[in-house]
Design a protein around this ligand. Structure first.
Ligand code: ZN
Length: 140
């Protein structure tokens, strides 16, 4: 599932306020959003006032159901924030609630607990392309 919300943000350069789409989850089936991730254009604030671009530093989870992997972009804000780590175990896997665990057992989705963490949008785009090449050229 793709999740996005409209937010009113102010331009960091000129303070012009406008509504922008902020993405928090991107499903690989959503071709448009998926392409934005690859082009490193997701969560970019393009100011209608002064024309400058600014990066909106939000956590983004990329989910590829077909190839069964998750990529979690950890925003700068989340990186040093204790609250973010409440969802993560000491081994770096995700904390799952009992309902999700039940669903996951049915859908053979162990990968759900083990997202690949990235710390830049460039790394996120590169990892997605890497996994596509693995799917195409990798051994069975
Ligand atoms: Zn501006």
């Amino acid at each position: 599932m793709t999740m996005k919300t409209r937010k009113e943000l102010a331009c960091p350069k000129c303070s012009h306020k406008q509504e922008v789409m902020v993405w928090s989850t991107v499903n690989s089936m959503d071709k448009e959003a998926s392409q934005l991730v690859r082009d490193m254009k997701l969560n970019i604030f393009h100011c209608e006032g002064c024309g400058s671009d600014a990066f909106i530093d939000e956590n983004v989870l990329y989910h590829d159901m077909e190839h069964k992997y998750l990529v979690q972009y950890v925003s700068l804000g989340a990186f040093g924030n204790e609250d973010f780590y409440k969802r993560i175990t000491k081994r770096g896997t995700l904390v799952m609630d009992p309902i999700s665990t039940g669903i996951l057992e049915l859908t053979e989705g162990d990968y759900f607990k083990n997202p690949h963490y990235v710390f830049s949008t460039r790394e996120m785009a590169a990892y997605i392309v890497f996994r596509e090449l693995c799917a195409e050229w990798g051994a069975d």
